[in-house]
Design a protein around this ligand. Structure first.
Ligand code: GRG
Length: 298
């Protein structure tokens, strides 16, 4: 295997993405007790062309701690399963009501609401099965299960989504907006890095560094997402754009202006990069991923 640090970043991401997609395809070869229509709905959403940012972060964190990234594939797939479930449910008419996702009809648009809800439920449960069956020491499995459950739960992803829905057309300030996105968007990004770090047997200092990096990256990701909603290209994004204002959603550019939002995202990316300096040369891909988050157009 070539030295992973010697491979250019785009090739590195392509390789990671291909490994993740092969593992996801393997995990979704269901037995005959899974109805074919449900399996098709799950695969439609999970195997659609997503960026795979969270799984790549998990694999890269594992590698930064000095372990073979392939050890972390179950963690990478588990976070992608939870992320995809949240997208399927977010697209439902009762939530964000979106008919396009990852360049395909959203799950409910293609398979109906009931099957889309069940496809999300199935992925949520399966994520924990994948972690529980990983070939890691029991204490690492337990830590990963607990942290992912917390990040996906009522005080993080689900709670952030609830507050986001309730905040529509409400006057919010910056602290409230950041509090929503720290949970709705940030928690899954942060936990992806922490899981990769645990699987990579990271020490306390390394996990704390990944955590600080993840917190800054998560907020920057959301600011960029808000900017892309304003100016992004629907074909590149694979989802509808210019939706936030129509839904009465407060965004970073609406609150701070576009220029200050861009500047804030840049500062967060700089602080994410400085958090992972403890990894020395092995921080290279984490730094490149942070720059990707700032410069992305999809
Ligand atoms: C339904 C519990 C529940 C939560 C929904 C995911 C989510 C929370 C809302 C989606 C709406 C949104 C625009 C969130 C902002 C950030 C985000 C999660 C964007 C989508 O993630 P990407 O860009 O998507 O990484 P891909 O498709 O590339 O994986």
């Amino acid at each position: 295997m070539p030295d992973p640090l010697a491979v250019p970043f785009a090739a590195y991401c392509n390789r990671m993405r291909a490994e993740v997609e092969a593992a996801l395809a393997h995990y979704t070869n269901y037995d005959a007790d899974c109805p074919a229509y449900l399996a098709e709905a799950i695969r439609h959403s999970l195997l659609a062309p997503g960026k795979r940012l969270r799984p790549i972060l998990a694999l890269t964190a594992c590698e930064a701690c000095g372990y073979d990234f392939r050890e972390a594939l179950p963690a990478a797939c588990a976070v992608e399963m939870i992320h995809t479930y949240s997208l399927i449910h977010d697209d439902l008419p009762a939530m964000d009501d979106d008919d396009l996702r990852r360049g395909r009809p959203s799950c409910h648009a293609q398979f109906g609401e009931a099957t889309a809800i069940l496809a999300g439920d199935g992925l949520l449960a399966q994520a924990f099965e994948v972690l529980a069956r990983a070939a890691w020491p029991a204490e690492i499995i337990a830590r990963c299960v607990a942290e992912l459950a917390q990040a996906a739960g009522p005080s993080a992803l689900v709670g952030g989504q609830e507050d986001d829905l309730k905040a529509e057309n409400q006057p919010l300030g910056l602290p409230e907006l950041e509090r929503i996105h720290r949970r709705k968007t940030g928690a899954m990004i942060r936990v992806s890095l922490r899981l990769g770090g645990h699987v990579g047997r990271g020490n306390t200092e390394q996990i704390a560094a990944l955590d600080r990096y993840g917190e800054a990256l998560g907020l920057a990701f959301q600011i960029v997402d808000d900017l892309l909603d304003l100016h992004g290209d629907q074909d590149k994004m694979g989802k509808r754009v210019q939706k936030d204002a129509g839904h009465g959603k407060l965004t970073f550019p609406a609150l701070l202006g576009e220029e200050v939002s861009r500047q804030r995202a840049g500062e967060l990316i700089a602080s994410a990069c400085s958090a992972v300096r403890v990894f020395g040369d092995r921080a290279q891909h984490l730094e490149a991923l942070a720059r990707f988050v700032l410069e992305r157009n999809s």
